[in-house]
Design a binder for this molecule. Structure first.
Ligand SMILES: [Zn+2]
Length: 462
């Protein structure tokens, strides 16, 4: 993992060092907590940054036979770190090995391999640094040369932290992104109604009809817009695009708002209507919509009951994707209200499906209007990135790609952009040395700089 890590040819090295490395980071989708940036949080130790919220590491540790006590349980921070250090040598060929050591190198200047033998000295060195002002959350973000961050926020969120960050004149743009999953989760009647009450409070209006629901959400959408948001995101097993009538949706909403359980068919119809309405809202304010599709979540009932959802018990699903996805995009497009859209698949079998789907709805308004998103979650490793980049190259225009995002909960995960950039430069470099694309560094350098940063900056238009 020296300076030419993953760069197998001289062209790849030139492309990375002269063009990719200098570009700032445009992290247009992540899950870091804006409150930590607003308060410019200082971490006490490396476990707090690395292990408190990272289900990738928990999965690795569990697979290595480590007791849950050291993953999400009540073991001390040192004990958790020790167990992670014990696991790291077993992560060879898993991206966790590369991420861990890139983060140690880039942020802490540590070149050693984390293992039981080095655990104590690495713990001490990282913690000593983390406790200095140079390692406050804002300074970590500065260290990584980040230009823009988009967090993930609920329509009922106050966005107070985003406003505080802006008022402080922090030079990195920290913008909210609209994630309204709960506003369509009608399968759980009690939770949905509690959420409706919250939404009603923050929107300062009654919500007793579908029309009022849309009006309240639109009010919040405008509020997000006024706070710099230009981006939405939906986490879905698959896209829903059932047929429905306005009368049916009106009736379904009244039923659920009155506390009645809905039939499966009604749930699907309601969600289909909501996705369409959200698409219209995003289009009306010139936003980009993102769809993260294909996760089969919370599979382990015993563990979910013990420690809650989103704790590392998710995997790849095999839902029907193409037909409903096409139908929703076509519905919006038929009314001339399809906004810029990024589609992320979790199942790699769907790479070609997604890469061809985006071609159906491209048009002259903006280059790469419909995007095939970067390798996500289980696919954001070297092989997954290479496959996404190659599929997009074969079936679309790689040069118009808006590139990588961290999709992370950790402030130390920015080297994932570096990992992506090295992988990208390596693929292009190999093509050049094989004589498949011209050795024109002006053309290729520009292409790399655009995919690393410029394309995203122009596309999102924040
Ligand atoms: Zn995400």
């Amino acid at each position: 993992m020296d300076e030419n890590f993953l760069l197998q040819t001289e062209t790849a090295q030139k492309l990375y060092h002269n063009h990719a490395a200098k570009m700032p980071i445009f992290d247009y989708h992540c899950h870091i907590n804006p409150q930590d940036i607003a308060e410019n949080k200082q971490f006490e130790n490396i476990t707090q940054v690395w292990l408190y919220g990272d289900h990738y590491k928990w999965r690795g540790m569990r697979t290595n036979g480590i007791d849950e006590k050291y993953c999400t349980g009540d073991a001390s921070d040192w004990e958790k770190f020790e167990k992670w250090a014990e696991t790291v040598p077993y992560t060879l060929r898993n991206p966790l090995f590369h991420w861990t050591h890139l983060e140690l190198q880039r942020f802490f200047g540590i070149d050693k391999i984390l293992s039981p033998a080095t655990a104590k000295e690495i713990w001490d060195e990282c913690n000593a640094k983390l406790q200095t002002p140079e390692y406050s959350v804002r300074n970590i973000i500065r260290m990584a040369n980040v230009h823009t961050i988009c967090t993930t926020d609920d329509p009922v969120d106050s966005l107070e932290h985003h406003r505080q960050i802006k008022d402080d004149n922090f030079e990195v743009a920290v913008l909210p992104a609209w994630r309204p999953d709960k506003a369509m989760a009608v399968e759980n009647v009690t939770e949905f109604n509690e959420y409706m009450n919250k939404l009603s409070d923050v929107a300062e209006m009654e919500i007793n009809s579908f029309e009022e629901l849309i009006a309240a959400l639109d009010k919040r959408h405008q509020f997000f817009h006024d706070n710099g948001c230009r981006l939405s995101d939906h986490g879905l097993e698959t896209i829903l695009a059932e047929d429905y009538t306005a009368g049916e949706i009106k009736y379904i909403f009244e039923r659920v708002r009155g506390g009645d359980e809905l039939t499966h068919e009604s749930v699907l119809k309601f969600k289909s209507a909501m996705l369409f309405e959200f698409g219209i809202m995003d289009h009306s304010r010139g936003w980009t919509q993102q769809f993260h599709i294909g996760a089969l979540r919370n599979n382990n009932t015993r563990m979910i009951e013990k420690i809650g959802p989103d704790t590392g018990f998710d995997s790849i699903g095999d839902f029907e994707i193409a037909r409903p996805l096409s139908k929703l995009l076509d519905r919006l497009n038929s009314e001339n209200r399809l906004c810029k859209t990024i589609l992320y698949n979790l199942n790699p079998r769907d790479n070609e499906l997604f890469a061809t789907m985006i071609g159906n709805f491209q048009e002259g308004s903006v280059p790469g209007k419909i995007q095939f998103g970067s390798g996500w979650w289980f696919l954001d490793q070297k092989d997954g990135m290479e496959r996404q980049i190659n599929t997009l190259s074969n079936l679309g225009l790689l040069s118009r790609f808006v590139g990588m995002l961290t999709d992370s909960r950790s402030f130390l995960s920015y080297p994932r952009h570096e990992y992506f950039r090295r992988t990208l430069c390596n693929l292009i470099g190999t093509d050049v040395e094989n004589g498949e694309i011209p050795n024109d560094m002006q053309l290729l350098g520009k292409m790399v700089e655009n995919i690393c940063f410029n394309n995203a900056k122009e596309y999102f238009n924040f």
